[in-house]
Design a protein. Structure first.
Length: 190
């Protein structure tokens, strides 16, 4: 996650949220790029893979499941969604939205569900970032509340397999589930 995208993701915080909410512009159709979900379970009995979020800041991403392994990366964004793909004791192998994998202690993870808006759309050199429309209700014709730029962190309230109700700063509304990295396309979250 040492790319320009990673640096941008670390810099976008709650203080920059107001600048990232745009009241103008339209969002284009984007294909979901969330990973496929299997029916496997880990040693904890929880499904693998599954999304969680970081409950600490910073979080060391290690090259193996133990504190004796070197730190490969440091996550510096509280609430960042990551996907747990393996379990070993109290260590979890996770993957971020860019595909970077490594091991973190389970104590650094939370079951709180968050998502990144269109992280696959973050590209260096773009004059403007694409956005997803935050709507009043869970359908395409619902009144737009705001346009949320790619890379913004949203708190997931619920998902119905097509739309997710999210909180972005003081805004509450619905975003198409396929425009979020942090919820599987067919996942229902209550």
């Amino acid at each position: 996650m040492g790319s320009a995208v990673g640096r941008l993701l670390r810099r976008i915080g709650a203080g920059a949220l107001a600048a990232l909410l745009s009241w103008a512009g339209a969002s284009g159709a984007v294909q979901a790029q969330a990973p496929a979900r299997s029916s496997e379970t880990g040693a904890t009995g929880l499904p693998l893979p599954r999304f969680v979020s970081l409950k600490a800041d910073p979080v060391n991403l290690r090259q193996g499941p133990g504190s004796e392994y070197p730190t490969a990366w440091v996550f510096q964004r509280l609430g960042l969604p990551v996907e747990v793909i393996k379990e070993f004791g109290h260590w979890r192998q996770v993957r971020d939205a860019e595909g970077t994998t490594g091991w973190v202690t389970a104590a650094a993870l939370s079951g709180r569900r968050t998502a990144l808006v269109l992280p696959w759309e973050l590209k260096r050199g773009r004059a403007t970032l694409p956005s997803a429309t935050l709507r009043e209700d869970d359908h395409e014709s619902a009144r737009p509340i705001a346009h949320v730029e790619a890379g913004v962190l949203a708190n997931i309230i619920s998902c119905n397999k097509a739309w997710c109700r999210v909180a972005v700063g003081s805004y509450r509304g619905y975003i198409e589930q396929g425009k979020l990295w942090g919820a599987y396309p067919d996942e229902e979250i209550k």
